[in-house]
Design a binder for this molecule. Sequence first.
Ligand SMILES: NC(=O)c1ccc[n+]([C@@H]2O[C@H](COP(=O)([O-])OP(=O)(O)OC[C@H]3O[C@@H](n4cnc5c(N)ncnc54)[C@H](OP(=O)(O)O)[C@@H]3O)[C@@H](O)[C@H]2O)c1
Length: 362
Amino acid sequence: MRIQLIGLGNVGRSLIELIENRKEFLRSLGFDITIVSVSDSKGTAVDEKGLDLHEILEQKKLGWKSFHKYVKGYTALEAIRKVESDAVVELTPSASGGEPGLSYIKAALMARKNVVTSNKAPLVVAYHDLMKTAEDNGVQLLCEATVAAHVPVFCLINSCFRVDELLKVQGVLNATTNFIIGEIEKGRSFQEALKEAIRGGWAETKYSDDVDGVDPARKLVILANSLFRKHVKLEDVNVKGIRNIETMVKRAQKSKKKVKLLCEITKDKDKLKMSVAPKQIPLDDPLATVNQGNMGIKFTFKTSKEVFVSAQFTSPTQTAYAVLNDMIKTNSPKPSCPSNLLYHARKSSEREHACTVKRFFR
Ligand SMILES: NC(=O)c1ccc[n+]([C@@H]2O[C@H](COP(=O)([O-])OP(=O)(O)OC[C@H]3O[C@@H](n4cnc5c(N)ncnc54)[C@H](OP(=O)(O)O)[C@@H]3O)[C@@H](O)[C@H]2O)c1
């Protein structure tokens, strides 16, 4: 499988490490991954025979200073058009407007290359256009990592609940805010909790997209467009962030509840109501168990009723894992649920949840 990688940040570097560490296992499954180009914001390194992954990580750290395969100014767009490959893995930052990822994904699909992305922004701006372009060109656009990193969403719904009617989605979809709320529960102020989140690598210094609810709202738009097949925009989501939630958290603690930045899509006849807002959750709701930087989603179906799925989120390696799994799917005869998911039914004392999904790493 010849891969072009765009973006060598947290996820891109973790992906390279993961591919290198799992090389033998991947080969044993018949997946021989060769990375033929890597691009960052300033240039591209190319080797049609395959780049040495250790060398890429080292040279990126050193700023490519003496690496002859890296050409400054050679853009990702040129690389997509000129270098032969099976798939483009697009891992650039999510910025409003969708660029630069939008142009990269379009170009790759039009060049009949499969695309895997963890970047929400292009899908928020042009979900249906991009999916149609993929279909017209006979290739796949996979985006499991865009919504809640490695929590299985598209894979789960497409494999296990294809013919049920989805009525509602409720999720804790932002790791940063969930971590901050957890720190406030420990008695910290919002500002102290935010500082702790930045110190621990949970939040970036540019934290507004997270604490003001924009990042989870983007995820809702992707879910609404994909799972409910609607045409919705970011403006259709009612968004409230977590800057003023200290009092709410204290009140919730007194009444034995948890505060979560809850992302909700509710189907009302043929319309969708979408919101992101801090809400008090009863302790017997499985979403109340999604703590620290973890993420989880509860789906409500007409027939299957409630299905809850969550995953422990500790680092971008897990996002990279979801990307790697999508890469493998582009090369598999049939898209399928990964075999390392264990499904088991779980009963809580108050409610029944149809199934909990746990992901086990090898
Ligand atoms: N971090 C996570 O766990 C996580 C989870 C889910 C989704 N995501 C999404 O995954 C994407 C990547 O996240 P990240 O944390 O890896 O971001 P990051 O650390 O900021 O890395 C972004 C990478 O993209 C490169 N880049 C920026 N502009 C570019 C351009 N015009 N052309 C080519 N490359 C460009 C950057 O180049 P330089 O190295 O030259 O700056 C950098 O290597 C984002 O969209 C993010 O929202 C991340």
